[in-house]
Each structure stands twice: as C-alpha cells, then as structure tokens.
Design a protein around this ligand. Sequence first.
Ligand SMILES: Cc1cc2nc3c(=O)[nH]c(=O)nc-3n(C[C@H](O)[C@H](O)[C@H](O)COP(=O)(O)OP(=O)(O)OC[C@H]3O[C@@H](n4cnc5c(N)ncnc54)[C@H](O)[C@@H]3O)c2cc1C
Length: 373
Amino acid sequence: MDSRTTEWDIVIVGAGIIGCSIAWHLRKGPFRVLLVERSEPGGLATNAAAGILGPLNETSGPGPLLDLMQESLALYPSFVDDVQKASGLSADLVSSGILSVATSPEELKSLTARWQWQQSRGKGLSFLHSDEIRKEFPDLSPSVLGAIHYPHESHVFAPRLLKGLLGGLSRTSVSFRSGTSIRKIRPEGNGDLTAETSHGDRIRSRKIVLTPGAYLNEMEIPSPVPPVIPANGQILSVRIPDFPLRKVVFYPEKGYFVPKLDGTVVIGATEETVGFQTRVTPRGIMEFLAPLEHVCPRLLDAPLQLTWSGLRPKTPDGLPLLGPHPLHSNLIFATGHYRNGILLAPVTGQKIAALLQGKDLDDLRPFSPDRFV
Ligand SMILES: Cc1cc2nc3c(=O)[nH]c(=O)nc-3n(C[C@H](O)[C@H](O)[C@H](O)COP(=O)(O)OP(=O)(O)OC[C@H]3O[C@@H](n4cnc5c(N)ncnc54)[C@H](O)[C@@H]3O)c2cc1C
C-alpha cells in the first residue's frame, strides 16, 4: 500500500442525516469507521427539511414503507435522547400531532377515503368534522371542512439533530473527513473497495456505504447503479412567536406548516424536477402560500424570515435504496429517502449498521437495490 492510501473497515460517503445515523449506530465499535463529506454536512437535503415525522400522513396505502416509517417513529425519542446526552444539543423533538385538512368537497372525499384504510393503522386517530375543528382549532379558517388528526406524529429540528449527531460522533472513535469528495469507487480482487478522492488520494475499505443523497449518480461506481434524481423543494419560514396552534398542518396539494419551538413557523414545500438547481422562485412559493388563505390566513401576514430550497433524493418508485449492490456485496446503498429521510434516519441507521455487522435482514428486501436491475 502506498503513502496516499489509507485503510478502513467501513467508509460512509456523505454526512447527511442518513450517513450520520449509520455512523452513530456504529460508534461503539469494533470497526475503524471513516465518514467522508464533500462540503457542508447535510447541505443537499437534511438542512432544508421541515423535520416532520408523519408516517400515516405521508403514505398512500399500507405496505413495507409505512411499516418502516412507523418503526422509525417509535425509535425517535430514544434516538434523540441519546444524541442529546452525547452532544448537549437539543433537537427540539415535539410530539405535536398532525392535522391533515380538506378545504373543498373533493378534498373531503379523498380525505374520507384515506380515513377508511388508515383508521385502524395508528393509535388514537380521529376524523374531525367542521364544527369540531372550529371549536378545537379556532386559528384555522372556516373553510376547513374536515381533518384527520394523527395525535402521535411529530416533528424535529433536522439541522440541529444533524449538528448533535456530528457533535456526539466527534467524541467517539468514528473519524470524520470533510472537504473531500469521493469521485470513484472500484472493487479489488479480494472484495475490498478502493475510493478515489477529489484530493487525488485513495481510501481502501472492506465495506463502503453510499449515503450521498441526491448526488448518487454523480459518482463513478461499478454498474449497475440504481437511479436517484433530485426532487427540488422550496420552503420558507415566518416569525410568529405567539402562534397558538401547535399542530403540524397539511393541506392539499402538498402544502404544510410546522410551528417550531423557536417561534418560527416553517411553511412548505414545492416538489420540482429541475436538476440540481436550488433556487427559490415567486411562482414556487405561491404554490403553497396561495392555498393558505383557506387554511390559516393569519400566517400570510406574519413577517417573512427566510426562504431556502433543497434536493430530496428520489428513486423511480419513491422507495429508499437500502442494501448491497447487486454484484458487489461490500458496497452498500442507503439513499433515496425522498420526502422522509429525517423520519427514516433512526431505522436506517439501525438496520444498515446491523447489515454491516453481518446480520441478514429480511425486512429490507422491499428496498433492495436489486429491484432496478
Ligand atoms: C424542502 C424539503 C423538506 C423536507 N421535509 C422533510 C420532512 O419534513 N420530513 C422528512 O422526513 N424528510 C423531509 N425532507 C427529506 C429529507 O430532507 C431527505 O430525505 C434527507 O435529508 C436525506 O438525507 P441524506 O443524508 O440521504 O441526504 P443529504 O442530506 O443530501 O446528505 C448527503 C450528503 O452527502 C454529501 N455528498 C454527496 N456526494 C458526495 C461525495 N461524492 N463525496 C462525499 N460526500 C458527498 C453531501 O454533501 C451531503 O452532505 C425534506 C427535504 C426537502 C428538500
């Protein structure tokens, strides 16, 4: 081995919430683990996220994705607690509950259809009619005709959780290398893998985990490579410290607002396929601001604080990619979390760490990268 090559047991490519959660679940050993980040950790998606943890609100039907999301939601309190103890940083996890509302007869019809399959899938769910909404949530517009209440769905401050993970990891044996992009990965004859970096050096490892979010297809890795595209999301925040409604509220098409503990309300989000552009446009934000007039008009008069956008990693079927490369079992994918990477971070970290420790996990089958071969 030459002096420009370092050796590891496990290398994780990309320090977003997914890469960091996997590193977190490996922090107690016994492996030599290196986490590599090209730029700002979580800079593509994690730092842009609203941090909603809403399995039922996010799925169109029962199945393995809903099961995985519900499993992850159940892991959240202890995950956040451990990170907070290790880092001293709070991730502002709030068990707020989510309201999914309808403001037209057509929307009410589809909400009612959703209620039919969802009512037995979670604890304490309820369907609220307009008179109940008026009484319980007077800050919502009289145009709200009905709502499903998911009392156990919640939200977290994603950039702060990521900061906590990185802070906690800095006190463990996991090594972190920033400002380094992995350009190319090639297999060696004995099953090891070698990664070439943007600095011209090489990193050799028994296993490599790919957690580069929407940038997966920008790297040169052995084929076949499953497709991941960036789904841009524009989003913003307003400042309204005395806002009394503490629920996350979803409204059609894909609008939502999230009252955060720090006195801001995050309002989002678009979903566009515009390549790797991260810009905010008046037309984009109008898409989710205009319907607010019929949901919670008060928010439209609050001082605008920030606008930003990020790139969700999206696969063609909307399911994450979790598991080994079809031909090189030491190369492992953990990306494609699309709209729910914050929610899915604890379960992904737990299961991919178990896979790296040699466990066979049947429940990851539906998310196997093999499905695109
Ligand atoms: C507007 C918006 C709102 C969202 N809201 C929510 C929400 O409410 N709830 C929810 O659960 N999810 C939400 N999401 C989705 C969530 O943010 C993502 O699914 C999640 O952050 C993906 O995490 P990741 O670690 O895979 O990717 P990222 O956060 O994109 O991290 C990938 C990291 O890899 C690095 N990287 C890439 N290529 C390389 C390379 N070659 N070498 C080294 N490093 C590399 C990048 O710089 C980056 O830091 C939202 C996303 C957006 C855009």
